[in-house]
Design a protein around this ligand. Structure first.
Ligand SMILES: Cc1cc2nc3c(=O)[nH]c(=O)nc-3n(C[C@H](O)[C@H](O)[C@H](O)COP(=O)(O)OP(=O)(O)OC[C@H]3O[C@@H](n4cnc5c(N)ncnc54)[C@H](O)[C@@H]3O)c2cc1C
Length: 325
């Protein structure tokens, strides 16, 4: 066993510089991955990541760690498929064990409605080349023998969605891996530095104010902070656009123009919804022309419960009734 008594410093400590080409606010997975990719792929190394607490102290260090591509919109499926592919080799790329395991993801359905939703998702996933299978309760048990098909006697499992590429990665290891790899490429990673304001000159961001002094930056990137600030500035734009100090939010009261605009938007939205509902009623359940629309063509409807089954199913996924053809 080598290295047992060796003290390894995870992050090198540096003085906070007064100027960087790029300043990234927030040391979550997005901020650190951005920093790493700027340095590794684009050769931009004069980068600082400023994190107010410890790395991964936001959502990145407190999530369910699931990596999957079985999302339910045509835009997200290819995005997460590409992301999942990157995770497979991320340990080697970062030279840091992110504890990646790909045991697949099994989602249990306890109601016919949830099974229907999973079925639609499965069809969309497959249309986009991502494998998601709909399983009977018995097939789900084969995938994971620990499943209690009775749902504790209260919520019997009526089916399941199985996504074989689904995986896990240790969330804080991903954060540390990116931080260490970015730092090896010259990125300055600073914990315990809070950005308190953004300096804007002639409509351009020229730097940030921090509790450790001002830092000038040619480019400023906000990590999870963007959504954080939108929550704090409900009626206006994020401080990065207004140039305000972060700790002095504008009045939470809306001005008259905003109220009129919101009422106008709500009215347009309502009218559009009514129009769409009328059209849908007229065209019945006609299928959309979109290449992503979920087709029911080839489905076998169960004569007993009415559930739409895949044409390959020999028994109904919902009630087990034998299906013909
Ligand atoms: C309960 C839960 C479960 C989730 N499960 C999954 C999952 O299974 N799979 C999945 O892929 N995603 C999951 N997510 C989503 C995922 O965690 C987030 O999308 C991701 O962590 C966002 O990363 P981020 O870097 O954008 O934000 P964050 O990790 O929140 O990073 C923002 C950082 O900015 C710092 N910061 C804020 N203000 C300042 C300031 N003024 N100065 C300096 N620093 C500042 C914060 O301290 C924080 O560290 C889950 C999220 C939650 C909450």
């Amino acid at each position: 066993m080598t290295g047992l008594l060796r003290k390894v410093r995870f992050l090198e400590q540096h003085e906070l510089g007064r100027r960087y080409d790029v300043v990234i606010v927030g040391g979550g997975v997005n901020g650190l991955s951005l920093a790493y990719h700027l340095a590794e792929v684009h050769g931009v190394r004069d980068v600082a990541v400023l994190e107010r607490s410890y790395l991964g102290s936001g959502a990145s260090g407190r999530n369910t760690q699931v990596l999957r591509a079985n999302y339910n919109t045509p835009e997200t499926v290819p995005l997460y498929e590409a992301s999942l592919r990157m995770y497979r080799t991320l340990s080697q790329e970062l030279d840091f064990n992110i504890l990646f395991t790909d045991q697949g993801e099994l989602d249990l359905c306890h109601t016919p409605d949830s099974l229907r939703v999973e079925r639609e998702k499965s069809l969309l996933n497959r249309a986009l080349g991502v494998r998601t299978d709909i399983l009977t309760p018995e097939e789900a048990l084969k995938v994971c023998p620990l499943v209690d098909l009775t749902g504790g006697g209260e919520l019997p499992v009526v089916g399941a969605s199985y996504h074989p590429p689904g995986a896990f990665a240790r969330h804080d290891a991903v954060v540390w891996g990116y931080a260490a790899a970015a730092q090896r490429r010259g990125v300055a990673v600073h914990e315990g530095v809070t950005v308190t304001g953004i300096d804007v000159r002639d409509g351009r961001c020229v730097g940030v104010r921090t509790d450790a002094g001002p830092v000038t930056a040619a480019i400023l990137l906000l990590d999870g902070l963007a959504s954080d600030q939108r929550r704090r500035y409900p009626s206006r734009h994020a401080a990065s656009r207004s140039g305000d100090r972060l700790q002095s939010p504008r009045s939470p009261h809306m001005d008259q123009t905003t109220i009129v605009a919101l009422i106008g938007l709500a009215t347009v939205g309502l009218l559009a919804t009514l129009l769409i509902m009328r059209r849908q009623r007229k065209s019945g359940e006609a299928e959309s022309e979109s290449r992503y629309s979920v087709s029911t063509e080839g489905e076998k409807r169960c004569p007993k419960c009415g559930m739409g089954n895949m044409w390959t199913d020999s028994t109904c996924i919902s009630c087990g009734t034998p299906l013909r053809g």
